[in-house]
Design a protein around this ligand. Structure first.
Ligand SMILES: Cc1cc2nc3c(=O)[nH]c(=O)nc-3n(C[C@H](O)[C@H](O)[C@H](O)COP(=O)(O)OP(=O)(O)OC[C@H]3O[C@@H](n4cnc5c(N)ncnc54)[C@H](O)[C@@H]3O)c2cc1C
Length: 475
């Protein structure tokens, strides 16, 4: 059987056995709840799994994986579907949203979360103790999926590093249905390899059922956004390049070129306009922020300036990411410093006089603590780049395909400042080919990941993802 052939649907008796073994839900096409259970946040992708297992605990995940192996079906996992990239057809889909435990250990400054937890749940629990995690911009993104891609925090990333670097331990179900407790110093070398490889492999090595990670003593930020007219892009980009080149580690920022459609889910002042949005998060005082942002504020008149002291729990207001599902496509790349040449290219290709088919083009600043740390700590960390460039085209796939070739054209034009690799959290459906997946990783990291994959998933049961194939058997 090839990977694209559809195996026959599992027989009803086997499904009844599965349902008996699972505490959560088991749903097949046509059953009430099946459509809700398979729906991703990114509506550009539609999946028709043979079976969906809505797991409540690790034992349910084990039962689902064993069932899939017995029926020669691949397994996919979805928490929220924010990074749904490959259709889950003729497969077992494990959904984790019911695994929603959050346990804070304030003395150890750690938190342990179930596989279905999203960031706002963690922040609400930890800020009660004056502690913050290295979460992302959206309160609705899944903690596990985010951390397995490195985890770039727009609030604290440059101050404290990648979320994956703060990981202490995980539990994971591998393709043979076994549950492993993995950490850097696990007695079994395979478990230490899994701890290294899972952040960087997403679901390629197994389904993570829980993770424990470190927290940081942060209660407040000086944070918000500066909105400028798109006509001022050149001046704002130039000031932004200077700001980022000299930024202290406590300052994490990004810049987004927004061309938002005139639709209700977009804030009224942004509808149908071209705006430049600089997102700011400073672990510091109003005075320090005033000093750091003075040249940017002087570069052009800000149409709206929301940078102010805020409780950490309000982090979601900084980016104001979408709160309801929508279809979109995205493509990303890693860049070095923003040179004058790169600024000219961005203004020419994506500026006020250009015809631009993407609604959001963002540059997220890296460096600081994101650039430090041991290269070998885990497979996810990308320590060599200065910026992640990420383009998002909102709309059904029929209309957004062209936008992605426009983005590739822009990235080609930025060849002088492009650096190898990709940030795994910004890989979209566009980037799921074997060549794109290979290009996303450092070659030595990819080779080691393929060895770990061969050890735990030689039949590539976890292949419905940005797939890392098992290393060939040398015999
Ligand atoms: C609006 C928005 C804002 C974002 N902001 C940031 C940001 O600030 N920083 C950043 O780094 N990223 C950011 N991202 C990217 C985000 O981190 C990834 O899309 C992440 O993978 C989403 O995880 P999820 O579980 O919510 O999505 P899903 O689509 O459910 O899962 C995404 C991936 O993770 C894998 N996965 C999910 N659960 C498990 C599991 N239990 N075990 C093994 N694999 C699993 C899936 O197989 C899939 O490959 C953002 C994305 C969006 C759409």
């Amino acid at each position: 059987m090839t990977m694209t052939d559809r195996p026959p649907a599992p027989d009803p008796l086997a499904l009844a056995d599965l349902a008996g073994a699972v505490t959560g839900v088991v749903l097949t096409p046509g059953q009430p709840g099946y459509d809700e259970e398979r729906a991703p946040f990114n509506l550009a992708l539609e999946s028709h799994p043979a079976v969906v297992v809505g797991a409540v605990d690790a034992a349910d995940v084990q039962a689902a994986v064993r069932f899939a192996r017995a029926h020669d079906l691949p397994v996919a996992v979805m928490t929220t579907g924010h990074q749904a990239s490959v259709p889950v057809d003729a497969a077992v889909l494990v959904t984790t949203r019911r695994m929603s435990d959050v346990r804070v250990d304030p003395l150890a400054a750690t938190v342990t979360v179930g596989a279905g937890v999203v960031w706002q749940q963690v922040v609400d629990a930890t800020t009660a103790y004056g502690l913050a995690p290295l979460n992302g911009s959206s309160p609705l993104v899944g903690v596990v999926g985010y951390t397995l891609g490195g985890g770039l925090s727009p609030m604290l990333g440059r101050a404290f590093g990648w979320a994956a670097d703060a990981l202490r331990s995980m539990t994971v179900v591998t393709a043979d249905g076994e549950l492993h407790e993995v950490s850097a110093h696990a007695p079994d070398p395979l478990d230490a390899d899994l701890f290294w490889g899972l952040p960087g492999a997403k679901s390629n090595l197994g389904i993570v059922t829980s993770m424990t990670f470190g927290l940081f003593p942060v209660t407040h930020l000086h944070a918000g956004g500066l909105f400028f007219a798109g006509a001022d892009l050149a001046a704002v980009l130039t000031a932004y390049a200077a700001l980022t080149a000299a930024a202290p580690d406590e300052l994490t920022t990004s810049i987004a070129l927004l061309r938002m459609p005139p639709v209700p889910f977009v804030p009224e002042f942004l509808r149908g306009t071209f705006m430049v949005h600089v997102r700011v998060s400073l672990l510091g005082t109003a005075e320090q922020a005033g000093e750091l942002l003075r040249p940017l504020r002087a570069a052009a008149p800000a149409l709206l300036d929301t940078v102010a002291d805020m409780p950490y729990a309000d982090f979601a207001s900084i980016h104001a990411d979408p709160s309801s599902p929508a279809p979109w496509r995205e493509h990303s790349a890693l860049l070095g410093p923003l040179t004058p040449g790169a600024i000219d290219t961005l203004v020419e290709v994506a500026g006020p006089d250009a015809d631009v088919p993407v609604q959001m083009l963002q540059l997220r600043h890296l460096g600081g603590a994101l650039a430090r740390g041991e290269a070998t700590t885990n497979a996810a960390a990308r320590r060599h780049a200065e910026f992640v460039l990420d383009a998002i085209a909102i709309g059904p796939v029929e209309v957004t395909g062209g936008a992605m070739s426009w983005t590739r054209g822009l990235v080609d034009r930025l060849a002088d400042v492009r650096v190898p690799g990709t940030n795994l959290n910004f890989l979209g459906a566009e980037d799921a080919s074997p060549a794109e997946v290979a290009a996303a990783h450092d070659p030595a990291v990819l080779a080691r990941l393929r060895q770990v994959k061969r050890a735990v998933d030689p039949h590539n049961t976890f292949r419905i993802n940005h797939n890392i194939t098992p290393a060939e058997d040398p015999r």
